[in-house]
Design a protein around this ligand. Structure first.
Ligand code: AMP
Ligand code: MG
Length: 505
């Protein structure tokens, strides 16, 4: 009944004992017509899909929710008056009018092994809104308590990963890289227990959708072809207007992921846990766990403490993306063609487009990073030579490319700079346009460096949120070197180097 009606079960919030909080919310002056509140814009299409895909789930209330920050520009983009956002509404203690909270089903491969049903064990989708550009966006509460899919976990999150995801996802957005967004971070007033007691927190996350490769895998593994078809149609409508059928969705996802991984590589980003449940069909980066930006460039860099074999190392990301896309293809095979052999052949053709699409996107991104707007034959080799010299020199990835915009990275690239620089200058002489301007638009001055994130989390756990706010402010304009950002462009001192990152969710 829930799935069909699309309307909220009014008894849900009274069951949680929060009806008075909700009543308080509704007492507030109604926003004007240009600032509709959350209730006015919810339209929850996912909760109208077949019931297997989700479970109605009211967020489990928390003791004392308090907002750490609200992303006011994003709220406005969603048609929500930032001033109307309360800790109650985004902690789940009060359900906004029009929301139909659900936990979404998905499965997946973790580190290459089939793990079966995985989630979502610690997040609730409040619903969808249509943003000011006409795009449908999910609003999800991550850390909102147990769900029917929680397995052993408590469904909660602690402050560290919540602030990390807030900072890094917003930095990615400012870098122009497709990503889920952070609408708000909250503390819950509760303690969560990992290895030690830690402050509980919730992230209000916004996404084009939360449909993962693993969402399709969950239905395929259950043999639910009807559900698979409904999810495919839904995903096509949301993400691949103009594409047709399961093959069209696969082709669209292949292209979107090829571009995304090239985007990551061009800023030195390592996702860290590219399991199939952490890859979207929208092409947005999702699930910032043990992710990290490289300081010194080395292609084999791994940060995640649980990635012992280096499966998700920096340079492996394109291969892993293709591996994940092959799992999506397998799940979709029954929909592609009734003749299985023909379906597999078509899916294989679609997957074969990944490598050339990735190479083209990679070359375009890295060409811009050395000042070339229109790549030609030979440019990829020039880029690879620089990268090899950088890795031999232990050069800082971000600062080396930024120094190129000033024409001289010899202080960073100590191995083979002169030869490379001569060939580079000869190539730039044949290039129209202003290479320095191209480079300054392609090479960020500031990225969320690991040691800054660790310092920020440590301060926040001790009650000082000033570093969190400063970091967000500096990362909002990553291509501008300002006096404020100077200290954030510095690589870590030996004592500050972060060698491992942790899921720690
Ligand atoms: P991740 O690899 O971080 O994306 O996590 C994989 C899945 O593990 C999530 O989708 C959740 O369903 C589950 N999970 C992680 N942390 C928790 C938690 N604290 N409580 C319940 N489930 C969790
Ligand atoms: Mg995940």
């Amino acid at each position: 009944m829930w799935a069909q009606s699309g309307s909220r079960d009014v008894s849900a919030s009274s069951q949680t004992g929060t009806s008075s909080a909700r009543a308080r919310m509704l007492d507030k002056p109604r926003p004007g017509p240009h600032m509709p509140d959350m209730r006015a814009t919810f339209d929850n299409s996912y909760s109208r899909l077949p019931a297997r895909l989700f479970s109605p789930q009211t967020p489990v209330p928390v003791a004392a929710p308090a907002l750490v920050t609200v992303n006011a520009p994003l709220a406005r983009e969603l048609g929500i008056d930032p001033g109307s956002i309360t800790a109650e509404a985004l902690s789940g203690n009060a359900i906004p009018e029009g929301a139909t909270p659900i936990a979404q089903l998905y499965a997946g491969h973790q580190f290459g092994n089939w793990a079966g049903q995985l989630g979502d064990g610690r997040a609730v989708l409040l619903g969808e809104v249509i943003d000011t550009h006409g795009n449908r966006r999910d609003i999800q509460l991550k850390g909102s308590g147990r769900t029917p899919y929680s397995r052993g976990g408590d469904g909660r999150a602690w402050l560290g990963p919540v602030l990390r995801e807030y900072v890094v996802s917003e930095a990615m957005a400012a870098l122009g890289i497709p990503t889920t967004r952070a609408l708000a971070a909250l503390t819950t007033g509760e303690t969560v227990y990992r290895e030690t007691p830690l402050p509980g927190a919730i992230l209000a996350r916004v996404a084009a959708s939360h449909i993962r490769v693993g969402t399709f895998q969950a239905l395929a593994s259950a043999g639910d072809t009807g559900g698979l078809q409904a999810l495919t149609d839904h995903a096509l409508a949301r993400h691949a207007a103009g594409a047709e059928g399961a093959l069209g969705l696969l082709e669209h996802t292949v292209a979107a992921q090829a571009r995304l991984i090239a985007d990551w590589m061009a800023v030195g980003f390592i996702h860290g846990v590219m399991n199939t449940d952490n890859m979207t069909v929208s092409g947005e980066t999702i699930d910032y766990g043990p992710c990290a930006f490289m300081d010194a460039y080395h292609p084999a860099t791994v940060f995640s403490s649980i990635d012992r074999g280096g499966r998700y190392a920096f340079q492996n990301q394109p291969d892993i993306a293709l591996w994940n896309l092959a799992q999506l293809a397998s799940a979709l095979v029954p929909l592609i063609d009734p003749d299985q052999e023909a379906a597999v052949a078509a899916a294989t053709d679609a997957l074969d487009r990944f490598a050339p699409a990735f190479r083209a996107a990679w070359r375009a991104r890295f060409a811009a990073k050395i000042g070339i707007a229109t790549p030609r034959d030979g440019d990829a080799e020039l880029i690879v030579r620089l990268l090899k010299s950088m890795s031999a020199s232990g050069a800082d990835f971000t600062n080396t490319f930024r120094a190129l915009a000033e024409g001289d990275a010899s202080a960073h690239v100590t191995e083979g700079w002169d030869d490379w620089a001569a060939d580079w200058q000869a190539r730039l002489a044949r290039e129209p346009g202003d290479p320095a301007a191209i480079m300054r638009a392609a090479n960020p001055a500031v990225i969320p460096r690991n040691h800054r994130i660790e310092q920020m989390i440590e301060a926040a756990v001790a009650g000082d949120f000033a570093p969190f706010h400063r970091l967000n402010a500096v990362l909002a304009t990553p291509f501008e070197a300002t006096p404020d950002s100077a200290d954030y462009t510095r690589p870590p001192e030996p004592g500050e180097v972060v060698r491992q990152t942790f899921c720690g969710t």
